[in-house]
Design a protein around this ligand. Structure first.
Ligand SMILES: *Cc1c(COP(=O)(O)O)cnc(C)c1O
Length: 352
């Protein structure tokens, strides 16, 4: 035996690449093409010097209270973390401590199986139906927890609140986590179910709809017992996860609701226009409610298109995985970025 045999071995989640060249069109990691609210930059001017000498508030009360006010819940119903990846990881560690397998769709955010492996949580994936549909009744078998991304990734397809309710109501003995990373672009949040179901945890992020992926801010809204349990696990690991700058920046972003609404609206409009452009070029698109489209060409393989776009410095996401290896996930950029994409696609398809 060697010391290496005692290492905890995991196959990590693989994020989309972050190319460093100039003049690229980056549509591969679902970042928002618009900057955050100008209020964020102003708030950050006040960080530095004296403020950073001290530890941040471990409860991040400024941000927690602002979120509670924005969403009409008590502060004790809000847990904040370093991006929703941190929050989701804490949720897995806290809520999924059963011998029974947790359930999530076979095609979904690929971090879920990674956390399950890391924390040694048994899991079972549930096949999607025709057209990548999630059927709520498929999640009513015995389980130790359920995770649903809504809208789902990378398909963008959203469930209605009543479909989510079927899953939450049908699993009163396990926690159901609903990952709403993309909800602001056109789906409906299931936060309205929180008062009725103590086993529901809703997770959201500032990374996509608030253009703040670099600040790493995520949060969970749930009943008080769930939030208290999350806090206990977090304080047993690292009390000071959120830095002062992120706390202030997050609070400032929440103070500019008009900017946020306008930004989401522009992206949804560009998405609907882009969908038509894709269809004109013989792509099929899922009914995405997110800030990306999930597309497949009727005759040219996705991998070939992905590589040809890459040569033209246009980056989209391709997953060499069962069921989705003939699809591309294309983040909605600015109208100008999308025009450049379509002009490249016209060239590629003409040569194919
Ligand atoms: C982007 C994303 C997240 C994580 O985002 P953070 O930047 O960590 O907040 C979580 N879930 C899904 C489905 C995502 O696409």
């Amino acid at each position: 035996m060697s010391y290496q045999d005692y290492f905890r071995k995991v196959t990590p989640y693989v994020p989309g690449e972050q190319p460093k060249e100039d003049d690229i069109v980056k549509l591969n990691t679902n970042e928002n093409p618009y900057p955050p609210s100008p209020k964020v930059a102003s708030a950050l001017k006040n960080v530095g010097g004296a403020q950073s000498r001290k530890y941040p508030d471990p409860t991040a009360a400024l941000l927690r209270d602002a979120l509670a006010e924005r969403y009409g819940v008590r502060s004790s119903q809000v847990f904040v973390g370093v991006g929703s990846d941190d929050v989701l990881g804490m949720c897995f560690l806290t809520f999924f401590n059963s011998e029974r397998p947790i359930l999530f769709p076979e095609v979904t955010y690929s971090f879920y199986p990674v956390w399950a492996e890391l924390f040694r949580i048994p899991y079972r994936t549930v096949a999607l139906r025709e057209g990548f549909r999630i059927v709520p009744e498929d999640y009513l078998t015995e389980n130790g927890g359920v995770v649903i991304a809504n809208p789902n990734a990378p398909t963008g397809i959203a469930l209605s609140v009543s479909e989510i309710e079927t899953i939450v109501a049908g699993n009163p003995d396990s926690v159901v986590i609903v990952d709403e990373a993309y909800v602001d672009f056109g789906a409906v949040s299931c936060q309205c179910l929180l008062n009725k179901y103590p086993n529901l945890a809703v997770v959201q992020t500032f990374s996509k709809s608030r253009s703040m992926a670099g600040m790493r801010i995520g949060y969970c809204i749930a009943g008080e017992p769930l939030i208290a349990a999350l806090q206990n696990v977090k304080y047993s690991y690292n009390s000071y996860t959120m830095n002062e700058a992120s706390i202030l920046a997050g609070k400032a972003a929440l103070e500019d609701e008009a900017y946020f609404v306008e930004c989401c609206k522009r992206i949804a409009e560009t998405r609907e226009w882009a969908r038509q452009e894709f269809e004109k070029l013989s792509f099929v698109c899922t009914d995405s409610k997110a800030n990306f489209l999930f597309v497949s060409h009727r005759s040219v393989p996705a991998k070939r298109i992905f590589e040809a776009l890459r040569e033209r410095k246009i980056f989209v996401r391709y997953f060499a995985q069962p069921h989705i290896d003939n699809y591309l996930r294309v983040t909605i950029g600015t109208r100008a970025e999308m025009e450049r994409l379509f002009s490249a696609l016209r060239g590629i398809l003409a040569e194919a």
